[in-house]
Ligand binder design. Structure first.
Ligand SMILES: [Zn+2]
Length: 276
């Protein structure tokens, strides 16, 4: 793995943490991998989603293994039923356990979760879409967003920052943000409809987020989300790019694109440690 991520392993379950959050003791931010679970085929082995056709008992076992490995056994988890939108839910203890044992109880129709409460684990699933993790050291507060091309177009990263501002008084200038493993500009080929949608909605594209190669066009979701974060007021030097492409690194991460739609989901889990 590259220098932006640290690799850890416990009983075969492998996960990554963001080095950019090393100085911030209260931050718990974990990216799971494909390693150490019981699922097979495209879900092999640590698929964490109940919504991709895997055997539910395997997903339950995979989730159990991961929370044990990363040491959040006793921490209530809160999951969202993601829909590629830009809604953000502000959550607290009242949502503890949402979506952890099955998809029905997940927080519905949101693609981002924020909290200022310690000892909760906010959990979203990924397989190419961009994880955005934001931390406010002042409050403290933490948030996570899920941005595929639709969420990126709708600027879910900016919605995440604005919700932290509104709910917790977070100052964008104080935030520390990480853009996690997701499909990179090397691999994310899109159709002309996607480029047209961005040109319509993001009228003045001040930075190139599309690269053309012959008849092919590639969208840079990392740069697009970075741009949304800058527009929301987060300083450039406080936005950490992981530069890890899930389609290139498909041995470690699920990739919807690289696995032709048969992928499982890895999780990005964030929280504030107790006492932090
Ligand atoms: Zn790639």
């Amino acid at each position: 793995m590259n220098e932006a991520l640290r690799t850890s392993e416990h009983h075969g379950v492998r996960w990554f943490t963001f080095r950019c959050f090393d100085p911030w003791q209260p931050v718990m931010a974990v990216v799971s991998s494909r390693h150490g679970g019981v699922s097979s085929d495209g879900k092999a082995t640590l698929n964490l989603s109940y919504a991709v056709g895997d055997v539910p008992e395997r997903v339950t076992e995979n989730r159990r293994r991961l929370v044990e490995a990363i040491g959040i056994n006793g921490t209530p988890v809160i999951c969202a039923a993601q829909v590629h939108g830009c809604n953000v839910a502000v959550v607290d203890e009242s949502a503890a356990g949402a979506g952890f044992s099955g998809p029905m109880s997940a927080i519905q129709t949101v693609d981002a979760l924020v909290t200022d409460r310690p000892n909760l684990a906010l959990w979203l699933g990924f397989a190419d879409c961009v994880p955005i993790v934001a931390y406010d050291p002042d409050r403290p507060a933490i948030g996570i967003a899920h941005a595929g091309w639709r969420g990126t177009l709708l600027e879910v990263s900016r919605c995440l920052i604005e919700t932290m501002q509104a709910a917790f008084g977070s100052r964008p200038a104080a935030l520390r943000v990480a853009i996690g493993p997701s499909i990179g500009p090397c691999c994310y080929e899109v159709g002309p409809d996607v480029e047209a949608a961005f040109r319509d909605r993001w009228r003045a594209l001040s930075v190139p987020i599309f690269r053309h190669a012959g008849d092919h066009r590639y969208l840079n979701l990392w740069e697009a989300n970075r741009r949304s974060l800058l527009a929301a007021g987060v300083p450039a030097e406080q936005i950490a790019l992981t530069n890890t492409c899930t389609a290139c690194e498909v041995d470690d991460f699920f990739s919807h694109r690289a696995q032709r739609g048969q992928a499982g989901r890895f999780a990005v889990i964030v929280g504030l440690r107790k006492g932090g």
